[in-house]
Write a protein that binds this ligand. Structure first.
Ligand code: DNO
Length: 358
């Protein structure tokens, strides 16, 4: 049975509270993280246990971690990468001992997900995040953070921490010789090293796709489509090496057939991020409400494919619109994601009941 969850960044980092999440019908688990850790550091067991207690005291559970970020030294295979991999293993050990069994991460160079607008105003007055290739081509990568920072509503965006963005030039320098083959090899090296601890504690690793699913500013992108995913799953053929199926990321490339990709990944999808996109042109899109009718994806077909492939991991509504005057981290307000959570559960119930009748 799929488990509906909600992303929560932690007290002090999120405008949404656990009490509010608890009242969203059907949501029993949160996807959270230690937001104030730095990629590369080993997470302390006490901090993990304190987070777990805080969540459980509100009658929720931790359904998984998003993210334990992989530091640049591992991604570029720097001389000290083994030390950082040891730290990652330590973190996984501490998570496993705290009975946490799903970890989302990404292997994107320099930037995590990239949008060019955080608050595009739609006709109904809601605002959404948006991307246009034309804007990317116009903005100097050194300045992209500055171009967005006034629209964050005062929140730190995941993957766009100011201290990281301050050294964006250095980061580009680090990745300059890391082509796609090298990046892929570095991912495989990392995965092979962590599989034993994942086996020991039954931890499902769920790589998040590159968003958008193509190269931005010439940086290598390796988790972009079905072929790349199958290559990666085969390179480390262990069921704990799996995928975060993020419709809004794979879906940025209209050549990606989401339903077909879900079927091809059967059994290896450990986490699902479900949201919809509305395309103005193939390289100008905005994030829409979750409903099929508000965007370009067939959400029913996506949910059905997950159902038919036996998906039984955590799922979360992904980025929502900002509505009803809410002020929250772009994409991560309470209201539209709560609407998304109930809509997605409605689809699932209908698919499930229909499958049982026959
Ligand atoms: C954006 C998120 C990503 C995701 C990471 C996973 O809103 O989906 O930041 O959490 O890429 O490591």
């Amino acid at each position: 049975m799929m488990e509906m969850t909600f992303r929560w960044f932690g007290s002090g980092f999120d405008s949404v509270s656990l009490e509010q999440i608890r009242q969203i019908p059907g949501v029993k688990g949160v996807i959270t993280t230690l937001y104030d850790t730095t990629p590369g550091e080993a997470w302390e067991k006490d901090k993990i246990l304190a987070l777990k207690k805080e969540v459980e005291d509100k009658d929720l559970k931790i359904a998984g971690i998003e993210s334990v970020n992989v530091c640049d030294a591992i991604k570029v295979a720097a001389a000290d990468r083994d030390m950082y991999i040891d730290n990652y293993i330590k973190t996984l050990t501490n998570l496993g001992e705290a009975d946490i069994h799903m970890v989302c991460y990404n292997f994107m160079p320099v930037f995590d997900w990239t949008r060019t607008e955080l608050a595009r105003v739609r006709k109904d007055g809601s605002t959404v995040m948006a991307y246009t290739q034309e804007a990317i081509d116009r903005i100097n990568p050194d300045n992209i953070f500055d171009s967005l920072k006034n629209d964050t509503n005062g929140f730190i965006l995941p993957g766009w921490e100011p201290e990281r963005m301050e050294k964006v030039k250095e980061l580009f320098e680090m990745y300059k010789d890391v082509d796609e083959n090298k990046l892929f090899d570095n991912l495989v090296y990392f995965l092979k090293a962590i599989m034993p601890v994942c086996d020991k504690y039954d931890i499902n690793m769920a790589i998040h796709p590159d968003d958008p699913a193509w190269s931005v500013y010439g940086l290598s992108r390796i988790i972009t489509n079905k072929e790349q995913l199958l290559k990666m799953l085969k390179a480390v053929d262990n069921p704990h090496n799996g995928i975060t199926f993020c419709t809004g990321s794979y879906g940025t490339n209209l050549n990606n057939d989401l339903v077909d990709t879900i079927h091809a990944l059967k059994g290896r999808i450990h986490f699902a991020h479900i949201r919809n996109l509305k395309f103005i042109t193939p390289d100008n899109f905005e994030e829409s409400a979750h409903l099929s009718s508000d965007g370009d994806f067939d959400m029913y077909a996506i949910m059905k494919a997950l159902y038919e492939t036996g998906f039984d991991g955590p799922m979360r509504p992904d980025h929502g619109r900002m509505i009803w005057g809410e002020e929250a981290m772009p994409g991560y307000g309470l209201y539209d994601r709560a609407l998304g959570a109930t809509y997605l559960q409605g689809l699932w119930e209908a698919i499930d009941k229909n499958a049982r009748v026959k």
